[in-house]
Design a protein around this ligand. Structure first.
Ligand SMILES: Nc1ncnc2c1ncn2[C@@H]1O[C@H](COP(=O)(O)OP(=O)(O)OP(=O)(O)O)[C@@H](O)[C@H]1O
Length: 775
């Protein structure tokens, strides 16, 4: 409270009373309000002013000190941008009694208020906040009433108290809001006890901020709290690079670099890691350092696989019968399966878990359809969901990690498919409706685009797979690994413990696709042919010319009658003259320009206009939209036009419309150009891919391969050939530290064969088998 007083005396302030709220974002407490000016030490003479900032619960008829700076808004004129504030509590006894007996504090009359002030003095409010028992000393107030009064005071004062305290460490109101919402009135106490904990609990609270606070508090640079926080922080940061663990040496070097203190020795770090290991905050095993959640995800996933593999398949189909069934399917589909494809169908029918992998156009979808039909025939099951009384009786589950990949699976098979998150009944947080206690129902699950599944999701998904369900994992191992930690698909393939079939023969190429040819040249590290073809072009340009070149291609395509929505620009990074942000701004100008009829809203990052193509950036399961879903802004409503009194943006996705309020705008982005990472699992008729030197640190083989394989009809690469070739030749830049292979070998080891499961890895290329070898 002392500090609050000091702020009032020394800082520029406006004291005022709320007249009315102009805008309020309830989730974030961001408000714009008009206030009556009562007093100020700013050079300002108006009787009212508009303030904006993050407030907890601004009340009318209560006066506040607002600390901040003047801000000139181009449309709304002068406003006061509030960086900190506090309720003005009169410093006379009479004023304080009037304040405590006001409407803010229900049930406190003048008599009780007088007693409180008599007992606790003029600093009554800060005493009550700081000491939970201060009110117990006031005669005549029962403990329960005292606790209630303190809670109400805290509710009204707590945030301000915390915000003012945090302001001394240059922590702004928005972050203060987050901190207060998380810790409530314990925030100050907890910050003083361990500022580093905030780094792990509060999104966006940086390690450097915590370090600076700790330094100001006098914490020595080698203090175990700091070293411990450094260890956890380094591990958590490594998860963003996809690692499941860090090797001890690498971990120590990273911690030293982060903490940057000469007195810190290696043995101090090792001692701390040992202590953290003992407390189960990290797991150290075989010289590797893990965060527990990742260690247990790898361990758990391996155990789940073992459990599923241990329950043998009861029905074995004689080869002659299978040959006949496959022959009938070939007739129906009017095709003849290649050797690898036949093996894949045969293996999938007989393996408890099988992986089907291969590049574009090798027939993965064709084989999935064959497997479904063969399985249904063998088990005399109907393949149409409408033939079942209840939807849970349908024996096939088709799933993929993204909404678009699930939709493609549905379109290519004609069967229902959904995202893994939806299948598991994810609540948007940590919990899944489906798990080992409430497993999925069905007989056969197909998980497509498995390269995008991280180790956490793999563990959750396999927990929910019952013992007797057959599993088909499908994916292209050469695509980018998952955004989350791990490289589950490629680890599974490299263990040699799970049966897999790798399709290598390209069928779409036979139809003359240069795109597929290029993809396979990259995949096999062969020299790439960049000659122009009917579905491919390489346009040479530099970074500065990029916007111009891409906008010209768009204009030409539109003139030819191609819909802009069928063209997707894919780039690796946001910044640079040829980055995603810049390309989106420029493409918006030509594809969806400003007109009188079109409404628009502005955010700090972008303008969204009716007709804009946008992409969802996070999973929003409550609305049924997921990271990577692409939609169109179909309407914008002003505050005064709807009952919620909120500005609203309506976005139409493939199967639903979702309403976004301003607080949700950060969940979307313009999508004329999207990142290659976000394009995983999706396909587009025409892909334009800029590749320039400015992207160099991002360019690598699997990134370019992923982008190229997104295009179905046409691919136009713009940029310099040298950078493209450099990227194609750059591999393993992102090698991830994982131990799934070891976990699997340990768990599956010998046992699989003992249980009679088919663990033979059949690479038809090497085995040189034909369907007739099975007869
Ligand atoms: N055995 C076959 N005989 C004739 N055509 C085939 C055969 N297998 C696949 N195809 C054809 O090759 C094309 C590519 O097959 P499919 O879509 O199944 O491959 P994919 O691996 O799923 O490709 P992508 O990953 O690019 O979607 C399709 O047009 C398909 O009909």
């Amino acid at each position: 409270m002392e500090q609050i007083k000091q702020m009032a005396e020394h800082e520029s302030y406006i004291r005022g009373e709320l007249l009315h709220l102009i805008f309020q974002n309830e989730a974030e407490h961001f408000s714009i309000a008009k206030i009556k000016v009562l007093d100020t030490n700013e050079a300002f003479e108006d009787k009212t002013i508009v303030i904006k900032g993050y407030f907890f619960n601004l009340q009318p008829e209560t006066s506040y000190y607002f600390y901040g700076i003047f801000d000139k808004h181009p449309r709304f004129g002068t406003q006061y941008k509030v960086t900190s504030y506090k309720t003005f509590i009169p410093d006379t006894k009479e004023g304080l009694i009037a304040y405590l007996s006001s409407d803010l504090f229900y049930g406190i009359g003048k008599k009780t208020a007088t007693k409180i002030v008599q007992q606790l003095g003029e600093n009554a409010i800060s005493k009550i906040i700081d000491d939970p028992e201060a009110l117990y000393t006031v005669p005549g107030i029962k403990e329960k009433a005292a606790d209630q009064l303190r809670a109400t005071i805290q509710e009204n004062q707590g945030f301000e108290h915390v915000a003012v305290y945090l302001a001394q460490y240059n922590i702004g109101l928005k972050m203060a809001q987050k901190i207060y919402q998380h810790y409530k009135d314990e925030a100050i106490q907890l910050l003083e006890a361990d500022p580093y904990q905030f780094v792990f609990d509060i999104e966006g609270f940086g390690f450097r901020t915590a370090d600076e606070i700790a330094r100001q508090m006098g914490l020595p640079a080698t203090h175990p709290t700091r070293v411990g926080a450094g260890c956890i922080y380094v591990l958590q940061s490594s998860v963003q690079d996809g690692h499941v663990y860090l090797p001890m040496d690498f971990c120590i070097t990273s911690i030293c670099a982060l903490l940057n203190t000469e007195e810190l020795t290696e043995s101090m770090i090792i001692d701390k890691l040992k202590a953290l290991n003992k407390d189960k905050k990290v797991i150290v095993q075989d010289g590797n350092v893990y965060l527990p959640s990742l260690y247990y995800a790898e361990d758990g996933f391996s155990s789940q696989l073992k459990r599923i593999l241990q329950k043998p398949i009861e029905h074995q189909t004689p080869m002659a019968e299978l040959m006949k069934i496959i022959g009938d399917i070939e007739e129906e589909e009017i095709l003849s399966y290649g050797k690898e494809q036949f093996t894949a169908i045969n293996q999938a029918i007989h393996a408890k878990v099988m992986i089907l992998t291969g590049g574009p156009g090798t027939g993965k979808t064709t084989v999935i359809k064959g497997i479904l039909k063969a399985y249904a025939t063998i088990h005399e099951l109907a393949l149409r969901p409408e033939d079942y009384n209840h939807k849970d009786d349908f024996p096939f589950i088709l799933t993929a990690p993204t909404g678009r990949a699930a939709k493609r699976l549905n379109e290519s098979t004609g069967l229902p498919a959904m995202t893994v998150h939806r299948l598991l009944g994810w609540d948007g947080n940590q919990s899944f409706e489906k798990n080992e206690h409430e497993p999925l129902s069905g007989k056969f699950i197909i998980i497509d685009e498995f390269s995008m599944v991280d180790i956490w999701l793999a563990n959750h998904l396999f927990k929910a797979i019952p013992d007797d369900m057959q599993v088909l994992i499908v994916g292209d191992e050469d695509q980018l690994p998952s955004v989350g930690p791990g490289q589950v698909l490629s680890d599974l393939l490299s263990t040699d413990r799970i049966p897999y079939v790798r399709l290598t023969e390209v069928y779409r190429q036979k139809e003359g696709s240069k795109i597929i040819q290029l993809a396979h040249e990259i995949k096999k590290d062969e020299p790439v042919n960049l000659q122009k073809d009917h579905d491919f072009n390489f346009i040479h340009c530099n970074e500065i010319q990029m916007v111009d070149v891409i906008t010209k291609i768009f204009k030409k395509a539109v003139e030819k009658g191609i819909e802009p929505k069928d063209i997707q620009v894919l780039a690796p990074m946001y910044r640079s003259e040829a980055g995603i942000t810049k390309l989106n701004q420029e493409l918006q100008k030509i594809i969806n320009p400003k007109t009188e009829q079109k409404r628009e809203v502005r955010t700090a990052e972008a303008i969204f206009r009716t007709g804009d193509k946008v992409i969802q950036l996070v999973n929003q399961p409550e609305d049924g939209v997921y990271n990577g879903d692409i939609g169109e802004v179909v309407a914008i409503f002003r505050e005064e036009e709807n009952i919620e009194q909120e500005e609203q943006l309506v976005i139409a996705f493939e199967d639903r419309e979702v309403v976004y309020e301003r607080k949700d705008y950060r969940n979307i982005m313009l999508a004329y150009c999207i990142s290659i990472h976000k394009s995983q699992g999706s396909e587009f008729p025409i892909v334009i891919m800029p590749v320039v030197r400015a992207y160099q640190r991002m360019l690598r083989k699997n990134l370019l391969y992923t982008a190229i394989t997104r295009s179905k009809q046409s691919l136009i690469i713009c940029g310099d050939q040298e950078s493209f070739l450099y990227g194609v030749a750059t591999k393993h830049k992102n090698q991830r530290y994982t131990t799934l292979t070891q976990h699997l070998v340990e768990k599956l080891g010998e046992e699989q064969d003992q249980d009679g499961q088919n663990s033979t890895v059949l690479e038809i290329e090497d085995a040189n088998l034909s369907p007739y070898d099975f007869m």
